[in-house]
Design a protein around this ligand. Structure first.
Ligand code: NI
Length: 396
């Protein structure tokens, strides 16, 4: 029997779970029904160490191997849906208008449940596996992963390494993609308030016009990336918000600028914070205006550590063969809150192909259930690879 066929035996059951979750999506930190569903399934697999209510709606379960003492590794799935009106027209489309699983977290949850069922019956490893079902991957700070780390799950469950997986439209089903180092970007936001002196728009000489100053600041920020950072490093600064007066004939007292900063490394976050403030302040002072500046740190870059990335590649290759694992997939500037777990412990985050579907967060997105056995198989292979079981059976 080929290895993947072992996991295909779980596909129809996992498909039922996945579609049930898809039909019943819940937003961040409100995954009450999802968490109950997860905990009930885990108990039905004979797992007796299950903790609920972590970071609100998070669930962590521990499965001990029969191979003796060893470390504990964490496997993480996220559970939350998005505030999007679904247009997939699938029979299992969301039954809650305005909320849908548009990022595949229904599939992530079903795959980790499938792995839990397999691992709870085989227990073919040393040490323990902590199954981390995380709430609230999607929202702004503080996210579910941040809160779970803050509530001490790494220490409490003795987790020494953590692994994450995300479905990836555009990669073929049955294939994996991963890279060493940063695989996804950090996300910070900033606010600049330009404080001038308002007045009548017909008499600008009596004002310190914050609209013109704001325009200069926005243009000035464009050169931070092009003129002040190494072209081989990844930094994006985008201004996305601009609030001035609400009338044609008024020069306002102040203008509010807001934007986002994405980077591949934490040193670039420090750079962006310092340089945005300095550029805005320098420009404003040149016009006799002042600024107020706030830099809001959110998700760090998702950083894959060397040894754990090698283990993840090895596990995926054991499942699908070398040709189906891309070990140098492109860096993505999007942010992923699993980064907080990777800040707390070494680990690796891998993509699993979802085929040529609409992109994540698109209202027509749907998880491809053909990917389920690959995700389940990856988790099991990873546990066997990291926790050093001796595989028996006739595969080869
Ligand atoms: Ni996602």
């Amino acid at each position: 029997m080929r290895d993947i066929d072992i996991f295909r035996e779980l596909q129809s059951e996992a498909t039922d779970w996945r579609r049930y979750l898809h039909e019943n999506p819940e937003l961040d930190f409100q995954e009450y029904n999802t968490a109950r569903f997860v905990a009930e399934k885990l108990a039905s697999f004979g797992i007796n160490h299950i903790e609920t209510g972590i970071a609100g709606t998070g669930v962590v379960a521990l499965i001990q191997g029969v191979g003796g003492d060893g470390p504990t590794i964490g496997l993480r799935a996220d559970m939350d849906a998005l505030p999007i009106v679904e247009t997939s027209n699938k029979p299992w489309a969301s039954k809650t208008s305005g909320i849908m699983h548009a990022c595949g977290h229904d599939g992530h949850t079903a795959m980790l449940l499938g792995a839990a069922k397999h691992l709870a019956s085989s227990r073919n490893f040393k040490g323990s596996v902590a199954l981390i079902f995380q709430p609230a991957e999607e929202p702004a700070f503080p996210t579910g992963a941040f809160k779970m780390v803050q509530e001490g799950i790494m220490e409490r469950f003795g987790i020494s390494r953590v692994f994450g997986m995300h479905i990836a439209p555009g990669i073929e089903v049955g294939k994996f993609g991963i890279r060493h180092g940063s695989i996804m970007g950090s996300q910070d936001d900033f606010d600049i308030i330009v404080k001038g002196r308002g007045g009548h728009a017909a008499v600008p000489s009596h004002t310190i016009d914050p609209v013109v100053i704001a325009a200069q600041i926005i243009m000035g920020l464009q050169t931070l990336v092009s003129r002040k950072t190494d072209p081989l490093e990844s930094l994006v600064i985008s201004v996305t918000k601009l609030n001035a007066a609400q009338a044609y004939n008024v020069i306002p007292d102040q203008v509010e600028i807001g934007g986002t900063v994405r980077t591949s490394a934490s040193s670039l976050r420090d750079f962006a914070e310092k340089e945005i403030a300095a550029a805005a302040q320098g420009i404003a002072r040149g016009f006799g205006a002042e600024i107020e500046f706030k830099y809001l740190r959110s998700v760090p870059a998702t950083f894959n550590s060397t040894e754990e990335t090698n283990l993840a590649i090895e596990a995926a290759r054991n499942l699908v063969g070398t040709a189906s694992v891309d070990g140098n997939v492109g860096f993505d500037m999007g942010a992923e809150d699993f980064a907080y777990m990777l800040e707390a412990r070494p680990g690796a985050y891998i993509y699993l192909g979802n085929g040529p579907t609409p992109a994540c967060h698109n209202p027509a997105f749907d998880f491809d259930d053909e990917a389920l056995p690959y995700g389940i198989g990856y988790w099991v292979k990873l546990v066997e690879t990291v926790l050093g079981s001796e595989r028996t059976g006739e595969s080869g």
